[in-house]
Design a protein around this ligand. Structure first.
Ligand code: ADP
Length: 255
């Protein structure tokens, strides 16, 4: 404090204190804003299907003499929206648990190749219905130490998306190999692709590239943020490459 009296030093340290306080408040403010945005987005996403269900139920009440058969379309639509709410709540709970830093990863040795094989079998009927060809190149005897349920959830999210966003006649490839102690999983499709401007945001919560289309596909916009969390909780890395109208490729590297 050369050349400054004690009052000057006091003023300087006061402003230094204010500066430091304001700097430490920035992350708190940011996280508060993020949290509020998340609550707003979640409420909005929940409100939409709930309003649809309400409208359908009111419609049913207006024609009490109609049979279930006559009202089957309205009932079917309501059921789809109930499924959407369920999925949304399930995804929101997963994300809330990841935010609260609960111990969510329970690792064990398991056969990753067998898990992938089962996922392919699980999706084959849906792919067949859409006339999508599933190509699989899965290395045998791939033992992996990780959270079996979470990794299953991750792969289901990616394969489900690949099939959802690929038109009839397209192809989905599921590739898995062990390269220098790194498990590499590739889920590739010849689908609609993601516009370049959307790629940096694709793992953000509630981000959907084409809102009306993805909503029609039953998407919540939460799948990829959960997928990213699962990969990172295993100290891995996920990346996406995509070309509009050509297809999308997700690559996961797990140590
Ligand atoms: P959603 O439940 O809407 O599918 P995700 O978080 O899983 O949510 O994906 C976010 C968005 O990324 C999707 O809405 C879609 O626009 C885009 N997307 C994800 N996977 C693919 C894919 N394989 N092909 C094209 N677009 C995709």
């Amino acid at each position: 404090m050369i050349g400054l009296g004690s009052a000057g030093g006091l003023i300087l340290s006061y402003f230094a204190g204010l500066f430091l306080a304001s700097k430490s408040l920035v992350p708190i403010q940011k996280s508060w804003e993020k949290q509020s945005q998340f609550v707003a987005d979640a409420s909005h996403e929940l409100r939409t299907p709930l309003s649809v269900i309400q409208t359908h139920l009111e419609l049913l009440f207006r024609h009490p003499a109609n049979t279930i058969e006559q009202e089957s379309v309205t009932i079917y639509k309501s059921l789809s929206e109930v499924k959407r709410v369920n999925k949304l709540v399930e995804d929101l709970l997963t994300l809330a648990r990841t935010d609260s830093n609960e111990q969510l990863i329970i690792s064990q040795w398991f056969a990753l190749d067998e898990m992938l094989q089962l996922i392919v079998e699980q999706f084959e009927p849906i792919a067949e219905m859409k006339e999508i060809n599933i190509e699989e190149r899965i290395e045998r005897d791939l033992q992996y130490f990780g959270d079996k349920d979470r990794l299953h959830q991750l792969l289901v999210i990616l394969v489900d998306n690949a099939i959802k966003y690929t038109a009839s006649g397209g192809k989905v490839s599921i590739i898995c190999m062990n390269a220098a102690n790194l498990i590499q999983i590739i889920i590739k499709d010849t689908g609609v692709g993601i516009p370049e401007r959307d790629l940096p945001h694709i793992f953000d919560r509630f981000y959907r590239s084409n809102k009306s289309r993805t909503r029609a596909e039953g998407g919540t916009g939460l799948g990829l943020s959960i997928a990213k969390w699962i990969v990172e909780a295993h100290h891995g890395h996920i990346n996406v490459e995509s070309k509009l109208n050509e297809g999308t490729k997700f690559t996961i590297k797990l140590p």
